[in-house]
Design a protein. Sequence first.
Length: 141
Amino acid sequence: MKSRKTSGFTLIEVLIAVVIFAVGLLGLAGLQATGINLNHSSLMRSQATLLAYDIVDCLRANRTAATANSYDIAMGDANSSAGGLPETDVNNWLARLAGQLPGGDGSIAVDANARATVVVQWNDSRNPNVPVKTLTLIADI
């Protein structure tokens, strides 16, 4: 015969185990959500890097126009007014920035030593700590 003192002890153990299991699953769900956000940020940074190198390749392909500051554009300019190939390259680049990055924008500056500074900026709304990300690439052309 069972004693009355231990009749509900097994049910309490099961309830505690269920609570611990539920807390573990909540922690796992939070970890998964954080991982997805960081993975998206990583994708945006990779896209920004590829786009920055893309315009640097255009600058190297047309070095004469690049050193004449035909590719220079400030952040927030809607399009280039340089004319010819530089205008086409910059406008296509800005369109790809806007299309592939949320709130994507960029600037290009080439100094007298043929060193290009390309800045790509985008909105990373999934990261509340730093919502606007910036990538700066400095390359010799």
